[in-house]
Design a protein around this ligand. Structure first.
Ligand SMILES: [Ca+2]
Length: 170
């Protein structure tokens, strides 16, 4: 009679980690995001065979903290133990670290205005959610409706204000 011996491992490897970054509105991060993770195979186990990470679908061995820059990204982590059991984690990130910019396209510079004038401009951002305009140096703001390209246009009835110098900013 011979003895046969087989080891038993029924426990998935575990993945732990954390993400660091500065949250903005909604699901957006407004800073780089760093994903730090580790994997282990809880005892009594067969031991960790591999720990892999995929950034935006490109797999390689996890080699340390993963830094993500502007854009939409996915991070997947996959731990495999020596028995062939797998555990995976997936995360997605939206990152925008760049403040929106606005450029007036009409008028440019100082202009003498009478009656109703048209103001136009373009506001750009990776994730533009809106733009506003102020006719009083920022004391109050009116919403604009930028199109998909960030272009907006609005009219200003200069009859409603007294003569003088006004700066308009968006
Ligand atoms: Ca295991």
């Amino acid at each position: 009679m011979g003895n046969a011996s087989r080891s038993v491992d029924t426990i998935l490897p575990s993945i732990s980690g954390n993400t660091s970054g500065t949250s903005g509105n909604g699901a957006w991060y407004v800073s780089q995001v760093t994903v730090t993770a580790s994997a282990s195979d809880p005892p009594p186990g067969s031991g960790l065979a591999s720990f892999q990470a995929a950034v935006d679908g490109s797999w390689s061995a996890y080699g340390g903290p993963i830094t993500l820059n502007d854009g939409n990204h996915t991070v997947e982590l996959l731990a495999t133990d020596n028995a062939g059991l797998e555990n995976s984690v997936g995360m997605s990130f939206q990152i925008d670290t760049i403040a929106p910019t606005t450029v007036f396209t009409d008028p440019t510079g100082t202009t003498w205005a009478t009656g109703t004038i048209t103001l136009s401009g373009v506001s750009s951002d990776l994730n533009l959610s809106g733009a506003e305009i102020s006719y009083n140096g920022g004391s109050s703001w009116s919403g604009l409706s930028p199109d998909g390209g960030g272009n907006w246009s609005t009219t200003w009835d200069t009859h409603t204000v007294s003569n003088g110098s006004y700066s308009v900013r968006a």
